[in-house]
Design a protein around this ligand. Structure first.
Ligand code: BT5
Length: 251
């Protein structure tokens, strides 16, 4: 593990921290660790991913020396709502980037944008034992340098932290800040201020967007984290995982 990385993380209440120069997907290894009983806040961090995953079978590009890619094993308390973990990751990244003076926004449900471009993707995967939630693997990918942004056609325009902040950026410092926010915010899951914080940081609020082929005004969130849209046929709600969102402007 890079000494600089251990020094940054030393004050945090983490489980085991594993660092790799290259790996398939940090989420895959973290799910193995979850299954084999790894403690809460076990972290798998990799410089490069050769099979980084997005949602619904999409891929996530993580070349060498350019990105921050990690997955956290989260042991979930009883009755914890599984849908809260992707926004937990997005909130933590949002607030960490805001600490650098940036003005990020969360593109519902799980992307973090800067200047309207995607800088981070979150992949939360829930693992069940029968009907009880065993835990969640929370995977976070942040583009640090411009090389992290894949060349060619993307679902959504993308950027990197270095393109947005003046001066050098240390990815382990960003990781530390994300983890600090994550640990703090996690205690608020299930409370109204968790939803309010998410809603306050949503991109395109009050603007026309297209969700699952439906056009409408983005109103906010339901108490279960679904998106509320005012369409011509009245108010509709969309659960995360079923649909993706884009601003009307990109049509
Ligand atoms: C996501 O999926 O945005 C979730 C990405 C989660 C990645 C982390 S990295 C650590 C952990 N280990 C993993 O294997 N995954 C997690 P989605 O919303 O489905 O977006 C995927 C789409 O984003 C792709 O189809 C591309 O169009 C685009 N994309 C791929 N790599 C990108 C990048 N580095 N920056 C911006 N866009 C990217």
């Amino acid at each position: 593990m890079p000494p600089d990385l251990s020094a940054h993380l030393s004050h945090l209440p983490l489980g085991t921290v594993e660092y790799y120069e290259t790996i398939g997907s940090t989420n895959d290894l973290a799910s193995e660790r979850l299954a084999s009983g790894a403690p809460d806040l076990t972290l798998i961090i990799s410089d490069e991913q050769t099979a980084g995953r997005g949602r619904q079978g999409r891929s996530w590009h993580t070349p060498r020396n350019a990105a921050l890619a990690f997955s956290a094993v989260l042991r979930t308390p009883p009755n914890s709502p599984p849908w809260a973990y992707a926004p937990l990751g997005a909130l933590a990244v949002h607030d960490a980037l805001a600490d650098f003076g940036l003005k990020p926004a969360i593109k519902w449900p799980n992307d973090v944008l800067i200047s309207g471009k995607k800088v981070c993707g979150v992949l939360a995967e829930a693992y069940w034992q029968g009907t009880s939630l065993l835990g969640v693997v929370l995977g976070i990918g942040i583009n640090i340098l411009p090389e992290a942004v894949p060349a060619g056609e993307l679902l959504f325009p993308a950027t990197s932290v270095a393109e947005e902040v003046p001066g050098p950026v240390n990815r382990w410092h960003i990781l530390t800040m994300v983890l600090e926010h994550l640990i703090r915010r996690r205690a608020r899951i299930g409370k109204t201020d968790f939803l309010t914080a998410w809603e306050d940081r949503l991109a395109y609020k009050g603007q026309t967007v297209v969700v699952g082929g439906q056009r409408g005004l983005l109103l906010g969130l339901t108490t279960e984290g679904s998106l509320r849209l005012q369409t011509n046929e009245g108010e509709k709600t969309f659960a995360a995982g079923e649909v993706s969102l884009r601003p009307e402007i990109s049509l």
